[in-house]
Design a protein around this ligand. Structure first.
Ligand SMILES: O=C(O)CCC(=O)C(=O)O
Length: 264
């Protein structure tokens, strides 16, 4: 019998903890992802950022899948949509956006602890990001706070460049957590990973990453999906990504001409 790309036990772990690592799913796609990341870095898009690092390099960019053919192939042809739908327990997987994150060796800057949900204009019980490294990841993996996708209040979103508030004005957020200072209260999940492994996490799961102290690069592609129950939601300001001119209103499904729906 063919091996399932994700087991029921792994799906249960994703639903319970908000994150799970699944080995090898994208092993056949590593070269395609590498070509896409190289093209993306050579031809950055309008949202590309260097995250104000003073040592090393932390490049990130998103929303390039319609202009970078390798990313278009991964969205349409790889196991991503099927994996996302299965993990979310959804009939469909709707593609939200791609996100490239490259930490060069000797980049001490950590990725701050955050949830993705408050930066996004979409909400639901069925959301998942697939974070796929294409270099071995020993220390610089994503780290997750187990169960944080069930917290009542969302974590204060901050700018990655300088930790300032992402939205203006008073908001009712939970302070940015520091699980390393509170190991008894907050359980951290992290895994060493090989190229083509994937970690799946809910948009509400608090996560961060250490700096890259390895001798090699840490290139990763995140593919972000939503399920049947996801709806457009207003945030207190310009979201990230912003998708200017999207024209959607509170409570609507994401428009399918911009965010394609797959029924795997
Ligand atoms: O790769 C990183 O350092 C951060 C990735 C991340 O926050 C994400 O994919 O949501």
């Amino acid at each position: 019998m063919e091996k399932p790309m994700i087991t029921d036990t792994q799906i249960e772990a994703f639903q319970r903890d908000g994150a799970v690592m699944v080995p090898g799913v994208f092993a056949d796609w590593v070269d395609v992802i590498a070509d896409g990341i190289a093209r993306n870095m050579a031809e950055p898009g309008e949202y590309a950022s260097e995250n104000s690092v003073t040592e090393g390099r932390f490049f990130d960019d998103y929303c390039n899948w319609t202009r970078i053919p390798e990313f278009g192939r991964i969205v349409r042809e790889s196991p991503a949509a099927k994996l996302a739908a299965r993990a979310m327990g959804s009939e469909t997987a709707q593609f939200f956006h791609d996100h490239v994150l490259v930490k060069e060796p000797g980049t001490p800057k950590p990725t701050p602890w955050h949830q993705d949900a408050p930066y996004y204009f979409v909400e639901g019980q069925q959301t998942v990001s697939l974070w796929i490294p294409i270099d071995p990841v020993e220390q610089a993996s994503l780290r997750f706070i187990a169960g944080s996708h069930k917290w009542d209040k969302m974590v204060r979103p901050v700018s990655w460049a300088d930790d300032s508030d992402f939205y203006d004005g008073p908001q009712d957020w939970t302070p940015v957590p520091d699980p390393d200072a509170n190991p008894a209260d907050l359980r951290v999940l992290e895994w060493p990973m090989q190229p083509g492994d994937v970690v799946l996490f809910d948009y509400r799961t608090a996560h961060g990453a250490r700096g890259n102290f390895a001798q090699h690069r840490r290139r990763a592609l995140s593919l972000r999906w939503v399920g049947d129950d996801a709806r457009y939601v207003e945030r207190p300001g310009r979201t990230s990504p912003p998708f200017p001119g999207h024209g959607m209103a509170q409570g609507q499904r994401l428009r399918e001409d911009w965010f394609p729906v797959f029924t795997p």
